[in-house]
Design a protein around this ligand. Structure first.
Ligand code: G3D
Ligand code: MG
Length: 185
């Protein structure tokens, strides 16, 4: 679908985005922080996820704007998730945000296992970005160097975020949008 822009025709794309990571790292809080303009908010109780929509506009290097219509999936309960729900949750995902808690190293170490789960369901390497969340807290176990290291390993970028203060949250989601668009080419 196309819509008229100021100087160019721009593209609209629809993307399913999944947040993953251990319990209490801040997935739900990050979505709440990012989606201020929440217009279609529904619970899908049967599959244990919450789906929220958000549109953002990103510019490429030639200043061509693309509207990215994101459907953001949140895991509502962690218990039993891997076994029972991953098929429906990750099916058709266009992008993933892999989240750990910067105050808990074990949540960082769990990220690769989560990514293997996604790739197993999607049967391909889904575009992703990494967040180390809760940077507003003083106790730091996961550093910027750590998050950059795992991001580099998977050919992408990492961000230090705080759902509490909003630091880097929008930038992080935009980075995912850019990564998803780049992978379409
Ligand atoms: P989850 O969806 O990954 O399970 P939540 O995680 O978003 O439910 O967050 C778990 C707890 O961490 C919540 O605290 C939430 O307020 C807190 N939290 C999330 N993000 C941040 C952050 O950036 N900074 C700080 N300081 N806390 C954060 P409660 O106490 O409500 O359980
Ligand atoms: Mg949650």
């Amino acid at each position: 679908m196309y819509f008229p822009g100021e100087s160019r025709w721009n593209l609209v794309v629809k993307k399913k985005v999944c947040l993953l990571g251990e319990g209490a790292v801040g997935k739900t809080s990050l979505i709440r922080r990012f989606v201020t303009d929440q217009f279609d908010d529904q619970y899908i109780a049967t599959i244990g996820t919450k789906v929220t929509k958000k549109e953002i506009v990103v510019k490429d290097k030639d200043d061509v704007r693309t509207k990215v219509d994101m459907t953001i999936w949140d895991i509502m309960g962690q218990e039993g998730f891997r076994e029972l729900l991953k098929q429906s949750y990750f099916y058709g995902a266009s992008g993933v945000i892999a989240v750990c808690d910067s105050t808990r190293m074990d949540t960082y170490e769990a990220l690769e296992g989560w990514i293997e789960e996604v790739w197993g369901v999607a049967k391909k390497k889904v575009p992703m970005v990494f967040f180390a969340n809760k940077t507003d807290l003083p106790e730091t176990e996961v550093t910027e160097e750590d998050i950059d290291k795992i991001a580099k390993k998977f050919g992408t970028v990492g961000h230090m975020t705080s759902a509490r203060t909003g630091e880097n949250v929008e930038e992080g989601f935009e980075a995912l949008a850019q990564t998803m668009l780049a992978s379409d080419n």
